[in-house]
Design a protein around this ligand. Structure first.
Ligand SMILES: Nc1ncnc2c1ncn2[C@@H]1O[C@H](COP(=O)(O)OP(=O)(O)O)[C@@H](O)[C@H]1O
Ligand SMILES: [Mg+2]
Length: 370
């Protein structure tokens, strides 16, 4: 089973750099999501690995085979890369039944008849669409059609499965259901999944590792919780998590290797980092505080409730302190009155100190009010 290696992969469209010197290793059987805002180069990256787009520079290896090398003029065709595709606009063949849609590719590959029958049955069972075997696509719901498309893609046992926003045409409930199915499917097959999405929640919940890109440049390549808890920079911190992290602008004075005095919201805090602090470019910093690290009802800061949004399981509470909006999340349903005063404090070890100028993370730790 293959490991995929990208080395210095760059794609330029004329002068525009769509993918900029991308280096990454996708281990065998991983579920990678390429994540980032629209236009950041996700699809281009996927298409380059698949062989549908020719990189301007770099090298791509799948398993033991170099499939692309700009210096050695190697460029193996997509058909010979042993991969499967599932795109946003999957099209089933309308004049074929579900069974035929799945078996057709295997017939083209000249699989023996009984093996085809067995494999299609397996796929029908895995995707729970056995009862639709004889139906035509027009007789299926969107979600059922999607399952057929997945079955068709997986049937030839591709070593690598590429998916480009395959769930974006489905409604919210179905999307959630298909996410679960994809995750199970990944556990049940021996394939490596490479999955494009702009939906951070989809990436968080599905991936073994997230490759987060911005303007063609890799920002962070780590497991989802690492990206969430230990974002490399302001962009990553802002992109992942909902409601988003609070970014509190202020200043910092480094005291020693792991301590800094940080002033935000007009208050002074001792920031204690769990690792040596990075070197700030100036004294301007941003303290990043996830909403779950703001405790309401006690502490040395006081704001005014701007809005409370109870959603059943949790409540998002927005407060203003001066002209800063601060968001907190509480478990359970609580309804605070707008404009009522609210004490709050930071808690936990998960606060992130960023350098304002470069946006880079300086440290992660706790902030205690002085
Ligand atoms: N064939 C092309 N010609 C010119 N520019 C392109 C082409 N394909 C993609 N781009 C540009 O490259 C950038 C990245 O595109 P893409 O990889 O599709 O982004 P994403 O999938 O992250 O939304 C975009 O700015 C897009 O306009
Ligand atoms: Mg795209």
């Amino acid at each position: 089973m293959p490991k995929i290696i990208l080395e210095h992969v760059t794609k330029r469209f004329d002068k525009f750099v769509a993918v900029d010197d991308l280096n990454m290793v996708i281990e065998d059987r991983e579920f990678i999501t390429l994540l980032g805002p629209s236009g950041c180069g996700k699809t281009t990256t996927l298409r380059q690995i698949a062989g549908l787009e020719t990189p301007t520079e770099g090298r791509i290896t799948i398993g033991d085979t170099v499939v692309f090398d700009s210096e050695k003029n190697i460029n193996i065709s997509p058909a010979k890369r042993d991969i499967g595709f599932l795109f946003q606009n999957y099209a089933l063949w309308p004049h074929m039944t579900v069974y035929q849609n799945i078996s057709f590719g295997l017939e083209n590959l000249k699989w023996p008849k009984d093996r085809i029958r067995q494999r299609v049955s397996e796929m029908l069972a895995m995707l729970k669409i056995e009862q639709f075997e004889k139906r035509y696509p027009s007789e299926l719901s969107g979600g059922q059609q999607q399952r057929v498309a997945i079955a068709r893609t997986l049937a030839p046992e591709p070593k690598v499965l590429f998916m480009d926003e395959p769930l974006s045409n489905l409604d919210a409930k179905l999307r959630l259901e298909m996410r679960t199915e994809l995750k199970r499917l990944h556990a049940e097959t021996d394939s490596t999944f490479v999955y494009v999405t702009h939906d951070q929640l989809e990436a968080m919940t599905l991936a073994t590792r997230i490759c987060l890109m911005k303007d063609g440049v890799l920002q962070q390549y780590d497991p989802p919780l690492e990206v969430y808890n230990n974002p490399a920079n302001l962009f990553v911190a802002d992109f992942v998590g909902n409601p988003t992290m609070n970014f509190l602008p202020g200043t910092a004075r480094v005291l020693d290797e792991t301590h800094a005095e940080v002033t935000v919201l007009g208050r002074s805090f001792l920031f204690e980092s769990d690792a040596p602090l990075g070197k700030p470019e100036g004294e301007d910093v941003v303290l990043g505080v996830r909403p779950e690290f703001i405790r309401l009802g006690s502490g040395g800061m006081e704001g005014k409730v701007y809005a409370a949004l109870p959603a059943g399981m949790e409540t998002t509470v927005q407060m203003t302190m001066g002209d800063q909006l601060v968001t907190s999340v509480e478990f359970g349903s609580v309804d605070y009155k707008a404009n009522s005063p609210m004490r709050f404090e930071f808690h936990g070890q998960g606060l992130i100190l960023f350098d304002k100028k470069s946006g880079k993370k300086l440290g992660r730790g706790s902030a205690t009010q002085r």
